[in-house]
Design a protein around this ligand. Sequence first.
Ligand code: PLP
Ligand code: ZN
Length: 425
Amino acid sequence: MTTESFATGLRCIECRANYPLAYRLECEKCRGLLELTYDLEALGRRGPEVFRGAGLWRYAPVLPIARPEHRVTLGEGQTPLLECPRLATVLGVKRLLVKFDGTNPTGTVKDRSSATAVAAALQFGYRVTSVVSSGNAGSSIAAYSARAGLRSLIFVYEQASAPKMLHMAATASDLVIYKGVYDDLIGHWDRLVEEKAFFDCGASRNAFKQEGKKTLAYEIWEQTDFRPPDVVVAPVAVGETFIATVRSFRELTQLGWIDKAPLMVAAQATRANAIARAFRDGTPLRPLKIGYTVAEGLAAGNPGKKGEWTLRLLREGGGLAGDAEDEEILGAQKALARTEGIWAGPTGVATLAVLGRLLATKQVDPAQTICVIVSETGLKTEGEVPTRQGTAFDYESLRDLVLSRLAPNSNAPHLLSSPPRGEGG
Ligand SMILES: *Cc1c(COP(=O)(O)O)cnc(C)c1O
Ligand SMILES: [Zn+2]
């Protein structure tokens, strides 16, 4: 199943200068970031039927990879959009949808951008990829590079969780652990990108990489029968996911395939809230010195030009921004697991914690349909196991335990007392 790409070139987001479809990271004239352009008229004439097949490459028409043999895949995309009525009740909102990107091959939204980044590396004839990562990007780029037969040079944060480290150690060609935070290394690494030492699989500039994350919003659009939610809450580190989502909804509006783009909310961790803070204070973006946050994937104190782009889209598009403390994020993680059975990592649920805050301060209307992007599986989280003390059972002791746990007045954590879904609850 092959579909053509409708990509036409690159355009500077600052001075609008146009460039052909080549590996270029910024504008020659003003150093502005570049975004991809498409022949939306031709696409519009074809209609939504142009999307065929399954997974991320279903959306090849709105991605910049022309040749099918470059379209590397591990089965990413096509993640579930889950109705969450129990959690909606807890939060007091009418309708809550969770777009759960934790089901991607390496457990995060990053697989969407890794697929197009590594495909672009193949397309432009590179043999080596590299990324500076707090864990998730490294896992993902390493896996997709291996899949494409490319060499990967992965720089990872020393505090990345053990499951992420194990995953990278297994998939990367070269794994290098760095001291400090993302911001401490990214400037130096970006200079090596200039020297063309490797293909840029970082989040700061590569438009081809960012483009893969557009598929998340295209999926939401299809999964809601072409009537997207009123509000979409997106996680923001440097803003790649946020920008890609805004761009998708803008394309869909221009294509006339939706009437109105959703209100976009940018969600950050309070410990790395440069964008939310600038938005709230009405100031330019100022880099922050940051330490550890449980939302490891959001730990960027200096979101750079992408951060500025995010801030501009928030201001121009009438969006909202917020942040949540680590304790609130861990609370949201538990609530999502207990009420809906969705086990997400702290980075993944920062959006939900921020939604809780914005509802409490009445910045978001609970009568709307709200979609929260939950961008990471909980299975990559490291933590203390509550206990490993086991019990040896015989039939009698097992029976006693089961009966006492299920006794009507037992306070053990089971949910048999609440009505089954669909029968009055
Ligand atoms: C990297 C990451 C994000 C968001 O990062 P952006 O660069 O702003 O797109 C969100 N969730 C997870 C799990 C991540 O790893
Ligand atoms: Zn320019």
